[in-house]
Write a protein that binds this ligand. Structure first.
Ligand code: ADP
Length: 288
């Protein structure tokens, strides 16, 4: 399916006959025809701040004046709902029977956590169910016209990242999140190898929890050992998009359900996200 433009009108599409127009890939392409750039935020392992980066990246893009959607396909641990204070928000249907995303300060959000009745219950789903839900999110959510669709996939290289990367039409690429220590490199290495195998473009690496600036004395402390992101960037010939420092306010904001970016423009974390946004916009401009 990849490689041809879709204007959403299958009746004039030369590919519709050769590729079943009702196939998931075709339905997704049609539904996302008005999405300019899609980015998948992935990581090799959990706990590195992937969802935090996805939520704040979406907020930062929105603050930069873009129309942004954020899709959380982490079926087993959908933390975006909590991080954006969306728990209990009901899902509504559009007039044409599609699903309307939920608004979080201007960002259109859809999450597996919004689709289950009890967000605290364990979701025990096998691959085919997860694949079906992701297909639905991509083909039946009314995203409308978007400058950016940011997709938060669970850590690793399982069904969810695979389905997402295979279905997203003309993606701008992956943002791979890691932490600075070299032991994180092996896990991230697998994410980069996964992208290589799928021929999925990689925009670069974000090093999260990268140092800590003491709020009392202003001195920077490297909490973890350093060099992990640089070593990977060199090995896979991809850029380091940015380094986001540890800041207790990032954690507090996530717990309070507000992205830190909403009030953080002049902090080192805010500046790091703004710099990443600039690089993503440059990549989008170069492709356009
Ligand atoms: P993942 O999606 O990789 O599992 P999360 O985004 O859920 O990780 O982050 C794990 C925890 O770390 C959360 O409590 C989050 O608020 C916190 N966190 C993430 N990045 C930072 C940071 N730069 N500074 C402080 N806390 C952070």
């Amino acid at each position: 399916m990849a490689g041809h433009e879709c204007n959403g009108d299958c009746s004039h599409c030369a590919h519709a006959a050769e590729e079943n127009a009702e196939s998931p890939a075709c339905l997704v392409r049609k539904n996302l025809a008005r999405v300019k750039n899609s980015v998948v935020v992935m990581s090799g392992k959990g706990g590195v701040g992937k969802s935090t980066v996805a939520a704040n990246l979406a907020a930062a893009l929105s603050l930069a004046g873009c129309k942004v959607g954020l899709l959380d396909v982490d079926v087993h641990g959908p933390s975006i709902v909590e991080m954006l204070g969306l728990r209990g928000k009901p899902l509504m249907a559009t007039e044409d029977g599609r699903i309307r995303p939920v608004d979080a300060a201007g960002v259109a959000v859809m999450s597996a956590g919004l689709a289950v009745s009890d967000p605290d219950a364990a979701v025990v789903w096998r691959g085919p169910m997860k694949i079906g839900v992701i297909q639905q999110f991509l083909s039946q959510v009314d995203w409308g016209p978007l400058d950016w669709l940011v997709v938060d996939v669970p850590p690793g290289t399982g069904d969810e990242p695979l389905t997402t990367c295979q279905l997203l039409p003309d993606p701008l690429g992956a943002v791979v999140v890691t932490t600075p220590q070299r032991v994180a490199a092996a896990d991230v290495s697998r994410s980069l190898a996964f992208c290589d195998q799928l021929a999925f473009p990689v925009l670069g690496i974000v090093e999260n929890m990268s140092g800590f600036v003491c709020p009392h004395c202003g001195k920077r402390v490297e909490v973890f050992s350093t060099g992990g992101a640089d070593a990977l960037a060199e090995k896979y010939d991809v850029p380091v998009l940015g380094r986001i420092p540890l800041d207790p306010r990032v954690c507090a904001s996530g717990d309070a359900g507000v992205p830190f970016m909403a009030s953080a423009a002049d902090t080192p974390v805010g500046e790091a996200f703004a710099a990443i946004v600039e690089k993503l916009q440059k990549a989008a401009d170069e492709r356009a």
